[in-house]
Design a protein around this ligand. Sequence first.
Ligand code: HEC
Ligand code: HEC
Length: 332
Amino acid sequence: MRNAAFGALFALSLTTIVAAEEIGASSAKFWSAPQVGALPYDAHGRLVRRGRDLITATYSHIGPDMPDPAQRFAGNNLACGNCHLDAGVKKFGLPLFGLAEDFPAYSARAGAEITLQGRINSCMTRSMNGRPLPVSSEPMRAIVAYIQFLSQGVRKGEKLSGLGAGTMPELDRAADPARGRDIYQSRCIGCHNIDGVGVQNSLPGLGAGYAFPPLWGSDSFNDGAGMARLITAANFIHSNMPDGVDYLHPRLAVDEAWDVAALMISKPRPLRAGLEKDYPDLLKKPIDAAYGPYADGFSEEQHKYGPYGPIRAKLKEIEKEKGEVKNPNSGR
Ligand code: HEC
Ligand code: HEC
């Protein structure tokens, strides 16, 4: 009994805070995600709470089914929190903590500096397949206030552990959607449903969000989204799926995660126009961007599914010749 309670507490703290042992329990630098519930109900407290609601129930506030067309910004019924897990505080669940001070930041995808608002809008137009939120709009101010709140006490340039989705070893073969189909049937279909369509929330009147979100099809993220890239998707799935798993207790083998991610990105989804203009500096294009052009002469197919070893080697060669910067594998 005591052990079970301790286990549950331990598991919770592992996913929601920076584990003490990683930074030394005695360190004064111990940082845990701030609690929204600790805020007073003043103007700032209300704005931060509203921001969290926008993350966890996006569809009910700026979704495609809003009665007022002016409030329809997202093009699908996902919630930001379907990917930014536990309202953005789960380690390796694409957390939104500790990063506000990093912006404005150079974006390889845009080929220019972008603000935090610009980064949010890139998820609005890709992951949410919608249109950008005006910078001074109330929902944008609320989301920014929430993300800033989650970065409280974190200095510019300080990197908390647990950001992103993880970096598991890569395969020396292409990831295989056909193998992924069997894994999907046995490990995912019970929640994400036949043909990846997901399962809608059951309570009427609270917006058309999902109990289990779609993984492909018309109400999913579009082909320009970070989750449409194999390395991001495979690591996210390995660190977080089946739902309830955390990065310390994965239930999928590494190759299973690669193959089921390959199945997901092989499926049809909304298309974003103009993707060929992303990453104007091709040497900074993430290796798993599934759309050309590329600097390295490898096919879209190999960029989409790997293996990545040969592409990395080639890029290194080109960089050496140019005496230039490294290819960062992140699409901020
Ligand atoms: C389908 C999954 C998905 C959804 C839905 C989604 N995002 Fe994201 N988001 C991502 C991924 C993947 C990344 C990281 C991409 C990368 O850098 O590799 C990301 C990155 C971000 C970042 C930058 C994080 C960093 O580490 O710099 C912010 C801020 C963000 N998203 C906000 C939002 C907001 C706000 C929403 C809802 C309006 C949203 N996202 C919806 C997948 C998603
Ligand atoms: C027990 C139910 C369950 C199982 C099994 C499960 N998932 Fe999920 N999955 C979820 C839920 C719930 C979310 C949204 C998380 C949230 O909102 O907190 C999610 C989110 C996701 C997302 C990001 C959101 C999106 O719509 O793209 C991906 C990708 C994903 N799951 C892939 C998988 C894959 C692949 C498998 C099989 C290996 C799997 N999941 C198994 C419940 C499940």
